[in-house]
Design a protein around this ligand. Structure first.
Ligand SMILES: [Zn+2]
Length: 156
């Protein structure tokens, strides 16, 4: 498979975003069996969606296109090493392999510091910058028990 061909498209998506003033310089392409299933640039600014990173946007489109939540057998080509959110999405989607071009350090150098989130993840909850508090576990746990007993649930 021509990995560089697909990465070149991801990079072109990132470049298009910059040249057209559409947002962050990031692009991603999802490929299955040598064919492009979906592609997206970063859509955070035009969509007012902080989760619309290129990888998440491309995964959403690929799942819609393939009518599944499971992208086993797919590769993703990202113009930059994914942030923790996108890396999580790639795991949840069960994508077989990630290819990336720029590193997270390259991203940090131009003001996209998700290295900060990687550092936060390594800390204990109480040492993280985001405030948090546990509430109403008993009521929420009752729903988990309901799910656990549900014979018709579709696991993912
Ligand atoms: Zn991301």
């Amino acid at each position: 498979m021509d990995h560089e061909k697909f990465m070149r498209i991801a990079i072109a998506l990132s470049q298009h975003n910059v040249e057209k003033g559409l947002g962050g310089p990031f692009g991603a392409v999802v490929v299955k069996d040598g064919e492009i299933v979906a592609q997206s640039a970063n859509r955070v600014v035009p969509d007012n969606d902080p989760t619309a990173h290129a990888e998440v946007a491309a995964i959403r489109l690929a799942c819609k296109e393939l009518n599944t939540f499971d992208l086993s057998g797919c590769y993703i080509y990202a113009s930059c090493e994914p942030c923790p959110m996108c890396l999580g999405a790639i795991y949840w989607a069960r994508i077989d392999k990630l290819f990336y071009a720029n590193t997270k350090h390259d991203a940090a150098n131009i003001g996209f510091d998700d290295e900060f989130i990687y550092q936060e993840l390594a800390l204990k909850m109480d040492d993280r910058k985001i405030d948090h508090e546990q509430l109403m576990r008993d009521e929420a746990l009752a729903v988990f028990k309901l799910w656990d007993k549900d014979g018709n649930k579709q696991s993912y």
